[in-house]
Ligand binder design. Structure first.
Ligand code: GLY
Length: 422
């Protein structure tokens, strides 16, 4: 079995690291990958959003299966591209087709779906440039803060939360005037929910599902959850408040109605679903769906899967996921993201990374790294995710920080309070 993993972040490195441990997997390719995935297999110079390039790489390297990491190729229809190509149609793609990926690709679709299938979510309405005055009228019916979301993918910047109504009106008009291009042609305005966020994950073959470990992500760049939003500065799994009782509510009120809803819509979903949830006084609500695994959540949930991850992937391909086994490690895993100073704003690249060989009792997943003259250098904002196991949250966090301190590159930054609130 030759597998191609599309993407280049810590999520893709963690998938490659885990699949490389399976006796059923012969070779792993990652496209385009990073310096870490160059160790777990072979990197291929492909842009996951250039389907022609992906096709060439698949054919040249006798790929038997493709796992799609990020959302953009899924929303753009990579699964459909494979099904409709005479040479690729028998090569399974793990990740939903274009119609199913609308769960992430269109906030308006997701909210309408949640409402139709009575899945707990906040009140909302969608607007376009023809009904701006109705949109401002709707804003006035809501209590602050105001949540304004571009309908489509906007590189993680399309969700804006504002305290005052005039800024919310300005943001709404900016989005509808093209701030995010086509992604903002439609805008969702919704009631803000106050609570603690949680990332829950399943893998599904469209009929049954397996619950993967849950995680808490730390999105703001600064200590104490302050400053700009990022893709995530660290994560912890398991999450203490996500106890048996809470996760039962997640299954019964959210996961199962979502799968029933997809099936009722005639959508066969094959891949991962990431439920962005919020715990409001002990009850889970959906903030958003994602059609993929999270990053940096993957860097804590994948190290907690003790059984063969390929078994689950094969279950999706064969449609017999129900009979597959997933064995989860009870221990905690914490990850700390080491980023380039300046991220998520502008930052420098090309800094040499030192100390990777000093890491102990942890796994370091690469994100924005590449090899240059056999040295690992930085090539992005989020550079490395240092993940460590522990019998307690404290032990896992200490393990991650102890190893984070062993690594260095010029202008490296990380948050020092990951998991401290749990
Ligand atoms: N960490 C959040 C995400 O992957 O979207």
């Amino acid at each position: 079995m030759n597998i191609l993993i599309l993407g280049s972040g810590g999520r893709e490195h963690s998938i490659a690291w885990k699949l490389a441990q399976s006796p059923k997997v012969s070779r792993i390719f990652t496209g385009p990958g990073n310096a870490g995935t160059a160790d777990t297999g072979t990197n291929l110079p492909v842009n996951p959003e250039n389907f022609g390039e992906v096709k060439k790489a698949v054919m040249k390297n006798n790929i038997n299966l493709v796992v799609v990491g990020p959302e953009a190729p899924l929303v753009a229809g990579i699964h459909d591209f494979f099904i409709n190509d005479e040479f690729l149609r028998n090569i399974p793609v793990i990740g939903p087709d274009k119609s199913a990926a609308r769960l992430e690709g269109s906030k308006d679709f997701a909210k309408a779906f949640l409402t139709k299938y009575k899945i707990p979510t906040s009140e909302y309405r969608s607007f376009d440039s023809t009904n701006i005055s109705e949109a401002t009228g709707f804003l006035k019916t809501l209590k602050p803060p105001y949540v304004v979301k571009a309908d489509g993918l906007a590189a993680g910047k399309g969700v804006v939360i504002l305290d005052d109504i005039s800024s919310a009106e300005e943001e709404l008009k900016a989005m509808l005037s093209g701030k995010f291009g086509a992604a903002g042609q439609k805008v969702v305005i919704e009631q803000y929910l106050k609570g603690v966020e949680l990332s829950a994950f399943i893998v599904t073959d469209g009929h049954s599902y397996k619950l993967l470990p849950e995680a808490k992500d730390y999105k703001r760049v600064g200590e104490g959850n302050t400053g700009l939003n990022t893709g995530g500065m660290g994560a912890v799994s398991p999450v203490p408040f996500a106890d048996r009782n809470f996760m039962e509510k997640v299954k019964v009120r959210i996961i199962e109605p979502t799968l029933k809803g997809l099936s009722a819509e005639g959508i066969l979903y094959r891949g991962f679903i990431f439920f962005g949830l919020i715990n409001v006084d002990g009850d889970p609500y959906v903030i958003e769906y994602n059609a993929r695994l999270g990053d940096p959540e993957s860097e804590v949930i994948i190290p907690r899967i003790k059984s063969d991850f390929y078994e689950l992937i094969e279950g999706v391909v064969k449609g017999d996921l129900e009979s597959r086994v997933i064995d989860i490690d009870d221990r905690y895993v914490a990850t700390v993201m080491l980023v380039s100073g300046g991220y998520p704003g502008s930052y420098e690249k090309g800094k040499t990374v030192f100390g990777l060989d000093l890491a102990r009792d942890c796994v370091i997943f690469h994100s924005g790294t590449k090899l240059s003259d056999n040295k690992v250098i930085t090539s992005g904002g989020r550079v490395l995710a240092v993940s460590a196991w522990g019998n307690t949250i404290k032990e896992a966090i200490e393990g991650a920080y102890k190893n984070a301190r062993r690594v260095s590159f010029d202008n490296m930054y990380y948050r020092t309070d990951i998991g401290f609130d749990l």
